[in-house]
Design a protein. Structure first.
Length: 66
């Protein structure tokens, strides 16, 4: 019987996420995607409850688990 090796969907998502981050990291500082990823809001209200998961947090989690 032939055995097929499949990559898990989470591994594919981690790989694509890190590839996209590599592109953004190499961009000039004045590009909008880089400003959105590394920027912070000047002011804002914090809502009650658990903080929303940001894309930056998800990427950092991917880098520590892979």
């Amino acid at each position: 019987m032939l055995q097929i090796e499949l990559i898990s969907i989470t591994a594919i998502l981690y790989k694509r996420r890190l590839r996209g981050l590599g592109h953004v990291k190499r961009m000039n500082d004045n590009r909008i995607p880089k400003q959105l990823l590394y920027g912070e809001l000047a002011q804002g209200n914090e809502s009650r409850g658990r903080p929303q998961l940001r894309f930056k947090d998800t990427c950092m989690n991917s880098m520590t688990t892979s």
